[in-house]
Design a protein around this ligand. Structure first.
Ligand code: SF4
Length: 236
């Protein structure tokens, strides 16, 4: 049965948020975005078949340690001072434990890329994000429509609309943002239709197309679900 990702968010927050602290399983320097200080959070409100951090998403009680916002910011700032680049959170859904996220953003001394599925971004949260001038939001779309969203995430298809709504709210509030999607899970014409819809929201919403990579057993799970991974040649 498809689930309600808002209800899942609440139950996951009970595990990964503790006051202003949040669970993380790793901090590292990566080459993404030309160099990024990266904090890997534990826990998500979706269950995307291709998720590369599957075990941290599905068993949040088992992994990670709690860190305060100042501890997280100190680690990220250390990487930024040493290597330059940007800071980011990934590995799960950073907008869970939202008060923690805001406190980290207030302390990070550099550009911050927020990678999110956008499901939890309502007007109030987007207004809070709009107060940061060092923030860029990357909304990772999980489908091209309700049907594909439900098949990929396990969540009810209607919540695809909340991903689109998050992009609308970010545009309305002037928060720099971009939609992204895994390229080769969708047919070319489906992506063309989605791109046209996004451009009606904002002329700046050019889809970032990310090729599928088989991390953490993702291909096996996609095959079990009957989801095709298309050859990259069909897009050239
Ligand atoms: S939204 Fe991201 S972290 Fe969450 S299940 Fe999907 S791929 Fe994994």
């Amino acid at each position: 049965m498809p689930f309600d990702p808002l209800k899942v968010a609440k139950s996951v927050e009970e595990v990964v948020c503790r006051g202003k602290k949040r669970k993380y399983y790793r901090f590292r320097w990566t080459r993404f975005y030309g160099g990024s200080a990266t904090a890997d959070v534990v826990g998500c409100n979706l269950r995307c078949v291709y998720c590369w951090s599957w075990k941290y998403v599905t068993q949040p009680e088992k992994y990670g340690k709690f860190y305060s916002p100042s501890e997280v910011a100190a680690i990220l700032n250390h990487f930024l001072q040493k290597h330059g680049g940007i800071a980011r959170m990934t590995g799960g859904e950073p907008t869970l434990c939202f008060d923690h996220l805001i406190d980290v953003l207030e302390r990070v001394e550099g550009e911050f890329v927020l990678e999110t599925n956008g499901i939890l971004l309502d007007e109030e949260k987007v207004e809070a994000l709009a107060s940061f001038d060092n923030l860029f939001v990357r909304v990772s779309l999980k489908g091209v429509d309700r049907e594909s969203f439900e098949k990929i995430t396990g969540a009810k298809g209607e919540f695809f609309d909340r991903q689109i709504r998050a992009l609308e709210l970010l545009a309305e509030h002037g928060v720099p943002a971009r939609p992204a999607i895994l390229l080769n899970l969708f047919r070319r014409e489906e992506l063309v239709r989605l791109q046209a819809r996004l451009l009606r929201i904002s002329p700046r919403y050019i889809l970032e197309l990310e090729p599928f990579s088989d991390y953490g057993g993702a291909l096996k799970r996609l095959r079990e679900k009957g989801i095709t991974v298309y050859s990259l040649e069909q897009y050239s």
